[in-house]
Design a protein around this ligand. Sequence first.
Ligand code: SDX
Length: 371
Amino acid sequence: ETPTSEIRKGLAGVVADHSAISKVNPETNSLLYRGYPVQDLAARASFEEVAYLLWHGDLPTSDQLEEQTKAERAARALPENVKAAILELPAGCHPMDVCRTAVSQLGAHDPQAEDSSPEAELAKALRLWAVMPAVVALDQRRRRGQEIVPPRDDLGYSANFLWMTFGEEAEPAVVKAFEASMVLYAEHSFNASTFTARVITSTLSDLHSAVTGAIGALKGPLHGGANEAVQETFEEIGTADKAVAWLDEALASKRKIMGFGHRVYKKGDSRVPTMRAVLGDLVEHYGETEVLDLYDTLEQAMGERKGIKPNLDYPAGPAYHLMGFDTNIFTPLFVASRITGWTAHIMEQRASNALIRPVCEYNGPDERQVP
Ligand code: SDX
């Protein structure tokens, strides 16, 4: 194989393709979904509108939104076979394995599984998006020994997600905070899990296989698994007065501090100010101010020592903890949101496909004869 350029480990900085779905600009520390700044969408659009925007390229008219909402609400209930498959899984397995298994199960049962026409891809994307909250909610409740709560079709996506998870109607401030997190987590160009979905799609494999692979990639703590790891870090540190000593010890033992750093953003993650404000609203709502002391102390110490800034997972972790989610459910929440971005990229890849297959520079043994 003749390599065309020097090796870029981790494909850092390699431009692999065009994409019209989102624009990450580290220079201006900004993120656009189909041209709209994500901060504005988080403040003024519903997650349902953002899902439509990512799939179709424009914000929906009221008729288009109504049609999508009807279809989404009709597809929220978990099929019996998926419920049975999840309940078969040990309560001790990771909830990301439950998401991965559920998507595989859904794919095997989906009548359009092998139909990759644009209409079928869109219909499958919407069905997966609609049903993931029921998967995640069921998993938290079964681990807590609680009864399964069926979806309601008189609540929006976020309010229903919270209803199924906690068995009661969430207060408007909590729904608003959760909705903002869904908008912020939805899409982020060629991140590892999205690129995984594109690699799988590029062989002309099916949408459910691509999403299953993406879930596998997102599980890792260097990627989506970081939001769970941030909460674990907070619990390991305890109180704000212990943060600096903890950090010095962690950095001395070469640990990666979860929720900090980013492959693309180097002046901070464009989504953090919005999610930090959401965390502040939740702290106000629940009256739990000490989490902000720890949050700010660790952020400042990390800035002083390494000049590394938080990414979206840093405020998202404690925010989900305040909302009452179990820590190991945090990354499945990321899955529920990123289903929209992943499937938008799957459709974009398919629309102008080329098999993704890089080359490597061989550094194994020279040719030799079999004795
Ligand atoms: C997400 O790509 C996306 O868009 C992802 C995402 C999305 O929306 O899809 O934004 C979501 O995954 C956010 C990232 C969540 N991950 C974490 O919070 C895990 C902790 N972060 C690090 O592992 C790291 O910052 C990465 C993996 C996110 C990025 O790392 P890079 O670009 O591969 O850079 P690197 O690991 O080579 O670090 C460069 C230097 C190293 O120091 P040296 O070895 O050169 O001395 O900075 C150091 C690193 O050790 N460093 C850190 C650090 N991040 C970088 N040191 C301690 N703690 C960290 N968090």
